[in-house]
Design a protein around this ligand. Structure first.
Ligand code: PMP
Length: 287
């Protein structure tokens, strides 16, 4: 079935959706994005994603083309029109089409941002079989630019990382800078020792995950200790458990790092419990 997608205020069949070849999102990756998950046909953590979108745009001097209410209505309309019960809404805002290729930013008064949104149905998002066995990850040097806190569409290096993981028979790659893990290709990384959860502190080095914020809040409420600090690959390999978080994987246990099995090689109790709590709480507060 053909999807209905959103392009600059219009809802059109995907085959009719058009963006200019001069769009700066296409030519220069001059664009930011958000991915919001859908459970039971409702949006998870929408407020967090809307707030991070506004921040990414502000950091790049881009105008925010949609009001909060317009953004929410467009998300809900797409979910409804495409009958999504489990899946996600992808949103991208580019600096627009200035009519020519030029390194200088166009005048925001005359060049309006391009806004594109679409849905992807993913039945089994919550009951993901991968969460029962856990992910195996490899590590790679973090060769991305230095402003990973801005959610831009410059995803080539993370894509290469995912391909390297696949070639190595693994599920994802954790990136390492100065001997310390930054994050996964498209998720935040955590290790667990006893009842202590360790994850890298927020800075320009990592994306400020919306799922990360929620999971750390739930972890503290459930009386786990949380340490926000960097950790080495050696420390991770000696941990009791590890996991990653993202809007599309929620909490995903990690059972192996660079070929080294963690504990008994099965998803650990802390990751499993946090996944349960996250899904339960997200369903409850979805809008
Ligand atoms: N880090 C990176 C590099 C990501 O691409 C993502 C997912 N977009 C995350 C972390 C997780 O962020 P969120 O929980 O907001 O999906």
């Amino acid at each position: 079935m053909s999807r209905i997608v959103y392009v600059n205020g219009d809802y059109v069949p995907e085959a009719e959706a058009k963006v200019s070849v001069f769009d700066r999102g296409f030519l220069m990756a001059d664009a930011v994005y958000e991915v919001t998950s859908v459970l039971d046909g409702r949006l998870i953590d929408f407020e967090g994603h809307a707030a991070r979108l506004a921040r990414s745009l502000a950091e790049l001097d881009m105008t925010n083309p949609l009001s909060h209410q317009e953004l929410l209505e467009a998300h809900r309309a797409l979910v409804r029109k495409n009958c999504v019960t489990e899946g996600m809404v992808y949103l991208q805002v580019t600096r627009g089409n200035p009519g020519d290729r030029d390194f200088l930013f166009p005048d925001p008064g005359t060049c309006r941002p391009t806004v594109v949104m679409f849905t992807q149905s993913k039945p089994g998002l919550a009951d993901n079989p991968a969460a029962r066995t856990g992910w195996r990850v490899i590590t790679l040097p973090d060769l991305r630019w230095a402003r990973r806190d801005i959610k831009t569409v410059q995803l080539l290096y993370p894509s290469m990382g995912k391909m390297a993981a696949k070639r190595a028979g693994a599920d994802d790659a954790w990136m390492v800078q100065d001997g310390l893990v930054t994050e996964g290709t498209s998720n935040n990384a955590y290790i667990v020792k006893g009842r202590t959860i360790v994850t890298r502190d927020l800075s320009h080095d990592i994306l400020h995950g919306i799922t990360r914020a929620a999971v750390l809040r739930f972890a503290r409420e459930a009386q786990y200790e949380v340490e926000e600090r960097p950790f080495t690959v050696d420390e991770a390999q000696a941990a009791d458990e590890a996991f990653v978080t993202s809007a599309s994987t929620f909490v995903m246990p990690v059972v192996e790092i660079d070929g080294v099995r963690l504990a008994d090689g099965r998803p650990g109790p802390v990751a499993r419990r946090l996944r349960e709590i996250y899904i339960e709480e997200s369903r409850r507060s979805a809008i």
